[in-house]
Design a protein around this ligand. Structure first.
Ligand SMILES: Cc1cc2nc3c(=O)[nH]c(=O)nc-3n(C[C@H](O)[C@H](O)[C@H](O)COP(=O)(O)OP(=O)(O)OC[C@H]3O[C@@H](n4cnc5c(N)ncnc54)[C@H](O)[C@@H]3O)c2cc1C
Length: 405
């Protein structure tokens, strides 16, 4: 497929990576990286971790300014508002247009604001803040510095990472989670329990199974009638893909921009990646992942296809991490609620998720070697069974040494 002009909409983790990988793979045409956030492309994970603690912006930028000039990546600041597929042009809010041969949608996701009484107004006035951008993180850092009480609505990864930092900074922290356990959408009950104990031991008031029903500046009312005061209120109940641009252009959208195994949309000139893309996951079922791994690996895959014509299907093993207090949770593979779990005997927490007898995911806490081993084992062509793992004394590292990837 000959392409002279690639336009990437969204200059975040995946958009940046697509531009960089196009050059690494020898693409010699024009590369335009369009983003609606000010400044250099930056990574989001530190916003709820190191940056929330130390406020040091130096490690956030994915590359220094000089990189983009050297790699001949044209950075355009602006917001895409329309795709004219017939003319192969992207329209910007300020009236400019960008012509493309290949278009990559890397528009990410935005925070969900659920229909809770008073919440929309509180978010609009910034009395309640989400945590998605550098600007959000800066505001939250100011509020942490002011001290007092923090309420976190949502016991997922970002809410819990933030809770640990705010607590360490001396705030009284309450985490409200509507589901009956923490991070319930993604992790096993064993991992939820481990982190519930951790946060409670740090002095965080964690309330699983209680929904927020009303919000006003300075307080959150809960389904059980309690009212929790918060000088700082963080909303962290999940994100929604920024897929409107694709939908309005007539591309398939279902929980994100639908792409095939090559990460191409229903238009062969348009690909999508990262948080906004719904792709055929490891089991073939559509999946939309919100992770650095997905954004980066999708980007590399799309860049390779455009630069070299490699038409292989995407097959990277998903992986993820979250830092909470002194614990690093790492997940390799994809867990489904129907999987059974096996806790590996030993002093580090390692949880296997199995579909029947077949290994599908491995969660580890402060155990990087089994995590890396699991990624290798899950990348094999053949399935690994519970029986084989048990026969090897649950030693994933030893098993991975013999794995054929
Ligand atoms: C606080 C926080 C902590 C996280 N921690 C982890 C972690 O520990 N581990 C992990 O694996 N993942 C983590 N993530 C998730 C990870 O950062 C995302 O999955 C990743 O950034 C997705 O990359 P992306 O390129 O798809 O989207 P993004 O990085 O969000 O980039 C999308 C960009 O597109 C821009 N954009 C959107 N629409 C338009 C438009 N119409 N025109 C122009 N620009 C547009 C957006 O403003 C944004 O800059 C974290 C996320 C957050 C917010």
């Amino acid at each position: 497929m000959a392409a002279d002009r690639v336009v990437i909409v969204g200059a975040g983790q995946g958009g940046f990576q697509a531009a960089a990988s196009l050059r690494q793979d020898g693409f010699a045409g024009r590369v335009t990286l369009l983003g609606d956030e000010p400044g250099l492309p930056y990574q989001r994970p530190p916003l709820s971790k190191a940056y929330m603690k130390d406020g040091d912006p130096k490690r956030l930028a994915l590359r220094a300014e000089a990189f983009f000039a050297e790699a001949a990546i044209e950075r355009v600041e602006g917001r895409a508002v329309a795709i004219d597929r017939a003319a192969a042009r992207v329209g910007l809010a300020d009236g400019r247009t960008l012509a493309y041969d290949q278009l990559i949608l890397a528009t990410g996701a935005r925070n969900v604001v659920p229909p809770i009484a008073g919440l929309a107004d509180a978010v609009a006035s910034r009395a309640v803040v989400g945590l998605r951008t550098l600007g959000d993180a800066g505001l939250l850092r100011e509020r942490i510095a002011a001290g007092g009480r923090a309420v976190v609505i949502g016991g997922g990864f970002i809410g819990l990472e933030f809770a640990a930092v705010a607590r360490a900074a001396g705030l009284d922290v309450t985490v409200v989670e509507a589901a009956d356990r923490l991070m319930a959408r993604v992790v096993s009950p064993e991992i939820s329990g481990h982190f519930l104990d951790l946060h409670r031991s740090l002095g965080v008031d964690v309330r699983p199974g209680v929904a927020a029903t009303a919000v006003e500046p300075g307080a959150v009312t809960l389904a059980d009638g309690d009212r929790v005061a918060g000088d700082l209120i963080l909303l962290a109940v999940g994100v929604r893909p920024n897929a409107e641009l694709a939908a309005e252009a007539g591309l398939g959208v279902a929980n994100g921009v639908v792409v095939d195994g090559r990460l191409v949309t229903s238009d062969p000139a348009i690909s999508a990646l990262g948080d906004v893309a719904s792709y055929p996951g490891p089991d073939g079922a559509p999946v939309r992942l919100e992770s650095v791994q997905a954004a980066v690996d999708h980007a590399r895959h799309i860049a390779r296809r455009i630069a070299t014509g490699d038409m292989a299907d995407y097959a990277a093993v998903p992986w993820f991490w979250s830092d909470q207090g002194d614990r690093k949770l790492q997940i390799a593979g994809l867990r489904h609620p129907g999987h059974r779990t096996v806790v590996v005997p030993g002093d580090r927490l390692v949880v296997l998720s199995l579909d029947g007898d077949v290994l599908k995911a491995v969660e580890t806490v402060n155990a990087p070697a089994p995590h890396m081993a699991a990624r290798r084992l899950l990348a094999q062509d053949r399935a690994l069974t519970a029986g084989e793992i048990e026969a090897a004394g649950f030693d994933l590292v030893a098993l991975a040494k013999g794995a054929k990837v």
